[in-house]
Design a protein around this ligand. Structure first.
Ligand SMILES: C[S@@+](CC[C@H](N)C(=O)[O-])C[C@H]1O[C@@H](n2cnc3c(N)ncnc32)[C@H](O)[C@@H]1O
Length: 221
């Protein structure tokens, strides 16, 4: 039996923008390597967000070989800083991006994203947080001083994945406590991140259930 959500997912995938040759190659590589990428529907949202806000400079926490970065470029970004602490991913990303002639627009920084972000002053117009869930809050706080006045911060993996959504839903509807970091690092990480951005007077956040789920926060200061 086909579930309604399967039908919806197929519909969303079928109506997503046609991938570029590089995006197609990267998606095939991700499938071969069982590597988690944002996918074409969430990727297309990144492109739309970039286009709608005229975002130019982008910082990514956790880039793999650069699939999500290609969507920011597709939306018009000219300078995407990718961060990745897996050397093989960085190497592959640099090769793929150079072969596609995008190495002037997409730069790979090898190392811990939390360290790399301290080396940039910004301003950044768009940010993707897609690394370790327990570090999402720290990533937001680290990048916040570098945000331009019209910036958008997108966090991935907020509605799907190995998370306890019943507890998350209860937490945000009636204040049920989150599990501790030791009990469930992913659920704790996403829950504390959503609390952080929702309580931030300088931004407003909405969740989009595309791909693994995007939390989109726009600067309102
Ligand atoms: C979900 S994948 C990123 C996918 C990518 N955003 C895309 O959609 O194409 C997460 C990546 O973050 C990397 N990562 C996790 N924690 C990191 C950190 N602290 N610094 C740098 N890279 C990190 C992992 O090695 C992994 O390749």
């Amino acid at each position: 039996m086909t579930h309604r959500s399967d039908t919806l997912e197929s519909f969303l995938q079928a109506t997503a923008p046609e991938p570029t040759p590089l995006q197609r190659e990267m998606a095939e590589t991700a499938t071969e390597l069982s590597f988690p990428i944002v996918g074409p529907v969430a990727g297309a949202v990144l492109a739309q967000v970039t286009r709608l806000t005229d975002a130019d400079r982008v910082f990514e926490f956790g880039s793999g070989f650069g699939y999500s970065a290609t969507w920011f470029v597709r939306g018009g970004a000219t300078d995407v800083v990718c961060t990745e602490f897996d050397e093989d991913e960085v190497q592959l990303g640099r090769e793929l991006v150079a072969d596609a002639g995008l190495d002037e627009r997409i730069t790979f920084e090898y190392g811990d994203a939390m360290e790399t972000v301290t080396q940039y002053d910004g301003p950044f117009d768009a940010v993707l947080i897609d690394h370790q869930k327990h570090r999402y809050v720290d990533a937001y706080d680290a990048v916040k001083p570098t945000l331009s006045d019209s910036a958008v911060v997108v966090a991935d993996n907020v509605v799907r994945g190995p998370l306890d959504f019943e507890t998350l839903a209860a937490h945000f509807s009636d204040g049920t406590p989150l599990p501790s970091q030791e009990e469930d690092e992913g659920t704790w990480g996403i829950g504390t991140y959503l609390n952080r951005v929702r309580e931030d007077d300088d931004s407003e956040t909405v969740l989009l259930p595309v791909g693994s789920g995007l939390a989109v926060s726009t600067v309102t200061r």
